[in-house]
Design a binder for this molecule. Structure first.
Ligand code: SF4
Length: 454
């Protein structure tokens, strides 16, 4: 999982606002992880098929949908604030409909309608197919649809994606792990994998439209299993698709990282040498209370196998500090483990108690002050390690896929290495999607700077 936050965009494709059957256009604002980005792309298709237009900005929308995140309390508070802001748009446009979709909608359900009287629509992650009829009803009365559906995978709906050389492809939905801190299984339901034929057809379409890199998404992406096809099998079949140059995936679950998956990763040239492998804690008692299905020793052994199979693999992770009952000694174990693993980077979080989870019942035991202290300490450590890991690239030649113009200068490209390192280098006739060799000359905290080799 990645941290909640508002993602730029929302306008999912180049279409202008166009008159449609209902004469309405929709604006989707997306928060949270890549899964939500992918869901917004799919929601856009559902709405377009029903004749809705895609609004270029908020001002022009008749319906505003916030696709939300519930992973952290802070994310929910921000979204509530945003809904309040958006309600002001009603002053100029009384017919404007306002809806909350996604994990927060599923988590807070009808409480949202009681709390926010001007909200018209609350739709959980399994209700998107019904969005057109729900929006139609919402103009009469507030509507809620938070049914979870064990079979809904939306595999017949081709997402409307933004132009670019990279695309997200959801291969599974939901999660069966039930980690004690996590709200995801309650808001996204049971695990379901999409049929490989549907996934591969989507990837072929993307390749034909110029996409060079795909990222497979799933809450525990490597648990993918459909009929006879497991995650390793899916990687191998994707490798054969012409036009796709790079294959990424996130986030794998450590205990489901099989030898077959490691072998497939290592032997498929297009599979990138980057793995985001969530650890959460390096204390066995904490891992047990978190209900993670591995020990620190097993995780360490897994990383050893991965690095033996792929010596150039970069590794990133998620850590939670301040989990209920985490002692100073537990925290030190995690701190020392980061030093041992030398992750290329890490998403480091303070524990956020989520109502409905098992850990919620244990209370938020540590003070904010203590959690902040631990978080700051571990962030400082990881920043140092990240810089050191980046410096190891100076003087080496990296294959960089050009993604677009650098933010700082239109005379520079930015792109990524297979290891997911961002590289900036001067433009010299390259095109987005091209993979070029770049000599790395400088390592900044989050970016490598270089020059085209040869
Ligand atoms: S594996 Fe655990 S942390 Fe990840 S989505 Fe499932 S329950 Fe949440």
């Amino acid at each position: 999982m990645l941290p909640g936050g508002r993602l730029e965009n929302t306008v999912m494709e180049e279409d202008p606002i166009y008159p449609n059957r209902q004469g309405k256009s929709v604006y989707i604002e997306t928060y949270g992880c890549q899964m939500n980005v992918s869901d917004s792309e799919m929601m856009t298709r559902v709405l377009k098929q029903a004749g809705y237009g895609v609004a270029a900005d908020l001002e022009q929308a008749d319906v505003i949908l916030l696709n939300t995140c519930a992973v952290r309390e802070h994310a929910e508070q921000r979204i509530l604030g945003r809904v309040g802001q958006l309600a002001q748009c009603r002053v100029r446009k009384p017919h404007l409909l306002l809806g909350l979709c996604g994990c927060m909608a599923q988590h807070l359900r009808d409480r949202l309608l009681r709390q926010i009287p001007y909200l018209n629509l609350v739709v959980g992650p399994d209700g998107y197919r019904r969005l057109p009829e729900l929006i139609a009803r919402a103009s009469e009365e507030a509507v809620i649809d938070v049914r979870l559906d064990r079979t809904e995978a939306y595999e017949d709906i081709a997402p409307v994606r933004a132009d670019g050389v990279s695309a997200f492809v959801t291969i599974m939905r939901g999660c069966d792990k039930v980690c004690s801190f996590c709200i995801v299984p309650f808001v996204r339901g049971r695990e379901r994998s999409l049929a490989p034929e549907a996934i591969l057809a989507d990837v072929r379409r993307l390749a034909a439209s110029g996409v060079k890199e795909i990222t497979y998404l799933g809450q525990t992406v490597n648990s993918y299993y459909h009929d006879e096809t497991d995650f390793a099998g899916l990687l191998r079949r994707t490798e054969d698709i012409d036009g796709i140059e790079r294959i990424r995936f996130m986030s794998p679950y450590p205990a489901d990282m099989t030898d077959r998956a490691i072998e497939a990763m290592a032997s498929c040239k297009k599979v990138c040498r980057h793995l985001h492998l969530p650890l959460q804690s390096a204390s066995d008692p904490v891992l047990e209370r978190m209900r993670r299905q591995y020990t620190v020793g097993e995780y360490r052994h897994l990383v050893r196998r991965l690095r033996e199979a792929m010596p150039d693999l970069s590794l990133t992770t998620d850590i939670i500090v301040g989990f209920p009952g985490e002692t100073e000694e537990d925290f030190r174990l995690t701190y020392d483990f980061l030093e041992e693993m030398r992750y290329d980077s890490a998403f480091l979080f303070k524990y956020s108690a989520r109502e409905g989870t098992r850990a919620y019942r244990w209370g938020d035991i540590l003070s904010e002050e203590e959690k902040n202290r631990r978080l700051e300490e571990i962030i400082a450590l990881q920043e140092r390690i990240t810089v050191e890991a980046n410096r190891e690239w100076v003087g080496r030649i990296a294959d960089v896929m050009v993604e677009g113009e650098s933010r700082r200068s239109d005379s520079e490209w930015y792109g990524r290495t297979s290891q997911y390192k961002t590289v900036v280098f001067p433009r010299n006739g390259e095109r987005p999607g091209e993979i070029v060799p770049v000599t790395i000359e400088e390592a900044r905290t989050h970016t490598l700077v270089g020059r085209r080799a040869g």
